[in-house]
Structures are given as structure tokens and as C-alpha cells.
Design a protein around this ligand. Structure first.
Ligand SMILES: Cc1ncc(COP(=O)(O)O)c(C=O)c1O
Length: 435
């Protein structure tokens, strides 16, 4: 065991100890790291597997950024070729960003026909809120009370799902995403909460600019949203003059295994869609997709320029992702994989009084741990399982208000043949907590 800084005692694999010490001395001890008491070093990756310095291979059931698979040769090749041909910013005319934007916009409903590229989900959410404010001439924002949408100052003022020192902005009001599994839940109460948040924003003079939400409510822990909730939420926002911003950073690009976009699975039409994480398969890339009616007036009054977004190399990465999704039939594969996953997990957890069943949709599944006697959320047990899964060779994570929900969100390239490996590891891991 090595004490690296006061308060930080870690037990890393011996080959990683020096790297960890060096990380602390250049990045500081507080940068977030998974498996904090025994951080995992990764030296290479391919497909849905990553390799540690000791040669151990882990199955990746967590990472959504390497969407079509870690280091996919088609993405590597497209970016490499573009980098060695030309890579300039968007104030020159180049083909790749236009061809990619055309291909991407073709995947959206007709009303969503314009876009801005960004380098990250945070930039995209920040820009979407800025455009919403411009469009509505109001500043009020509605946000769920356990959510994360990015790291800019504007987003820190509405971050409710991670520790931030910024107070909630005076122009921000929160709502709780309802869960139909909760016996105390009522759709009428959930929508009344939206009505009173909007009324407060109007009374305070902020008015309503936008609601911003992830259609899976993934940070919130994948609640089972009652029928009619999103419809009611969007209707109320629009009646009050606000716009609906759908954050597809988690739910986009086929994550639900039903449709390309989460809003299609949830059956509503947003005014703006924010993209990120899987978009470039690890090459930094994000976007706001919206309508000409929103983007054109904004652009006329605001020169929005972004040096690294819209480069041919970034566009090549994004375009290669779409092409691989198509050529490898990843959306169809995700349907088969998620059905196997769900069936296998249900077999393992149904009837177990420490778990509340399997939640989520498609390739984003969760399992909530509770105290069997009291029903209270049980984050520590979820942590035991995440750590045991890693020891058993499979990477997963945790979400939820109490970090009590296992987060299973593999690259879309995950194969049906990988599912039994993950399920076996889970069955073994559960033995750690069986009475
Ligand atoms: C739903 C959601 N939106 C936005 C972001 C921010 O994206 P980025 O880290 O690319 O800035 C995240 C990141 O975790 C996210 O989960």
C-alpha cells in the first residue's frame, strides 16, 4: 500500500504505481479516476476489449465513446488519411465537414435541418442554451434534480448530479424525473412540479428559455418514465414559450437499440439535439442539431466560430462512425445483444431482494441495489460489485442518486458472443454479496 498524498492511499498494480504517482504530481490528486483505490491502467484496446500493463484483457461493458469499437481501423484510417491530406479550420471550404453534415442531418426528422459542430458535449449544451436564450429572449432553464450536462460555467450553474461549488443559478429550476416503479409516484404530481417551476421562473422575471434533459435520464439512474410524462413536459415548456433541448450525448447513435436517437424511442420531437461522446469514436466531436428557424437568426447576430470543430479530420472521424454503423449493422446487432443481455440479467436478478430488477433500454441497462430489509438505495454494495466485475475481467460503472445503480453501457460493437462472458462475471460477482 502506498501513501501518495495525505488522504490518498492507493494499492495499484506495481507497474502502475509510478504512473499514478506521476499523474498526481502533474494533474493533482483530485482528478476523477475509476477504481480510485486501485486504478486501472490501460495500455491498448481493440474492439470491445482493453488490455492492462500486465497483459490482462478486460471486456468493456462500460465505454460509450469507442462506439464502433476501440481503435476501429476504419476510423483510424479515415482520420489518418485526412490528417495527412489537409486539416484546416472551417473558414476555408473543405469537403469532409459538408459531406458529414449532410449524412448526419439525413438521419434526423425534416424539421431538424441545420447544425453547428463543437468539440464536446459541454460546448454543444452551452451553445444550445445560448441559442435558446437568444431565440426566446428569456433566461430561465428547467433541469432535472440529478443531472449532468457538462463542465462550462453556464452548465456548472445547472449541475445537480455532481459536486460543483457553483450554486444553482437564480435562473434555474429543477424537477424530479418520475419513476413509475416508485409506489408514491403520480404523473399528475410530476407534471404539477413542472407547472410550478415554470410559474416561479415567470414570477421571478427570468421567463422560460429551455428545458434540457437526457431522454434516458441516465445520470438520474434510468427511471422508468411514466407514459405521457415527456409529452406533458414538452407541451408545458412550449406553452410557456420555451424550447426543448434533448441531450443525446448518452442516448444518441443507436444506444437505445430501437432508433438512432433517444427522442425517437421516447417519441417526442425536440427543438434542439445535442450530440457528443460516441460521435467521433474518441476523436473529440460534438454538435447541436436544430432548425434553420433557430440557427439562422442566431448566426445573423452572433459570429459563432470554433477553431477545432468542423475540421476535416474531426468530420472524417464522425463520418467513418456512421459508415461503420451502417456496414456492420450495429443498430441491428445492438437489438440482438441487448435482448440477450436483458434476458440474462433478469435470470440472475429477478427474485433477488437486494436488487429491484433490470432497468434501462437497449444498450444502456442498469440494476439498482437496495437494502433488502429497508428498501433503501445501497451504493456501497453496487461498488463491491463494480470492483468484483473488474477482478472478474469486465468493466462496468455506477449511476443514480446514491451511485446505487450498476451502469452497463458497452460500445455498440459488443457482440452476442460477449454477453455470456459478462453474465458469468456478474454471476460470480454476485456471490460476493450473497448471504
Ligand atoms: C448527458 C451528458 N451531457 C453532456 C456531457 C458532457 O460531455 P463532454 O464531457 O463531452 O463535455 C456528458 C458527459 O458525461 C453527459 O453525460
Amino acid at each position: 500500500m502506498t501513501a501518495l498524498h495525505s488522504g490518498h492511499v492507493v494499492r495499484p498494480a506495481s507497474g502502475s504505481a509510478d504512473l499514478l504517482r506521476r499523474r498526481y504530481s502533474v494533474l493533482g490528486p483530485n482528478t476523477p479516476m475509476f477504481y480510485a483505490d486501485d486504478p486501472l491502467q490501460i495500455v491498448s484496446a481493440s474492439g470491445v476489449r482493453v488490455t492492462g500493463p500486465d497483459g490482462r484483457i478486460y471486456l468493456d461493458a462500460y465505454n460509450n465513446v469507442p462506439h464502433v469499437g476501440h481503435c476501429h481501423p476504419a476510423v483510424v484510417d479515415a482520420v489518418t488519411r485526412q490528417l495527412s491530406t489537409v486539416n484546416v479550420h472551417s473558414r476555408y471550404l473543405t469537403d469532409a465537414p459538408i459531406a458529414y453534415a449532410e449524412a448526419l442531418l439525413a438521419l434526423f426528422p425534416e424539421s431538424l435541418d441545420r447544425m453547428f459542430f463543437t468539440n464536446s458535449g459541454s460546448e454543444a449544451n452551452d451553445l444550445a442554451l445560448r441559442m435558446a436564450r437568444f431565440q426566446t429572449r428569456s433566461s430561465g432553464i428547467l433541469i432535472s434534480d440529478h443531472s449532468y450536462h457538462g463542465n462550462t460555467q453556464a452548465l456548472a450553474a445547472l449541475t445537480t448530479g455532481l459536486p460543483v461549488s457553483e450554486p444553482l443559478g437564480e435562473h434555474v429550476r429543477t424537477f424530479t424525473a418520475p419513476d413509475a416503479r416508485d409506489s408514491k409516484f403520480s404523473l399528475a404530481d410530476a407534471l404539477a412540479q413542472i407547472d410550478s417551476a415554470i410559474a416561479e421562473l415567470e414570477q421571478s422575471g427570468h421567463g422560460l428559455s429551455a428545458v434540457l434533459f437526457d431522454p434516458l435520464f441516465s445520470t438520474e439512474g434510468l427511471p422508468d418514465l411514466p407514459e405521457g410524462y415527456i409529452e406533458g413536459l414538452c407541451a408545458r415548456v412550449r406553452t410557456a414559450g420555451g424550447v426543448v433541448i434533448c441531450d443525446e450525448v448518452q442516448s444518441g447513435f443507436g444506444r437505445t437499440a430501437q432508433h438512432m436517437w433517444g427522442f425517437q424511442s421516447a417519441d417526442f420531437l425536440p427543438d434542439m439535439v445535442v450530440l457528443g461522446k460516441p460521435m467521433g469514436n474518441g476523436f473529440p466531436l460534438g454538435a447541436v442539431v436544430t432548425s434553420a428557424g433557430i440557427i439562422e437568426p442566431f448566426s445573423a447576430d452572433n459570429t459563432y466560430f470554433n477553431t477545432f470543430a468542423t475540421t476535416p479530420a474531426a468530420a472524417s472521424a464522425g463520418h467513418a462512425v456512421l459508415k461503420v454503423m451502417n456496414s456492420e449493422g450495429l443498430l441491428e446487432r445492438a437489438r440482438a445483444v441487448s435482448a440477450e443481455f436483458e434476458r440474462g440479467f433478469r435470470e440472475l436478478v429477478d427474485g433477488d431482494d437486494r436488487l429491484t430488477g433490470v432497468r434501462g433500454t437497449g444498450m444502456f441497462l442498469g440494476m439498482q441495489f437496495v437494502d433488502a430489509a429497508t428498501g433503501a438505495p445501497d451504493g456501497p454494495t453496487a461498488k463491491v460489485i463494480v470492483d468484483a466485475m473488474r477482478r472478474n475481467g469486465v468493466l462496468i460503472g455506477r449511476i443514480g442518486r446514491y451511485d446505487e445503480v450498476l451502469k452497463i453501457r458497452p460500445p455498440l460493437a459488443f457482440g452476442v458472443e460477449d454477453v455470456p462472458i459478462a453474465l458469468d462475471a456478474f454471476a460470480q460477482s454476485l456471490r460476493h454479496i450473497r448471504r
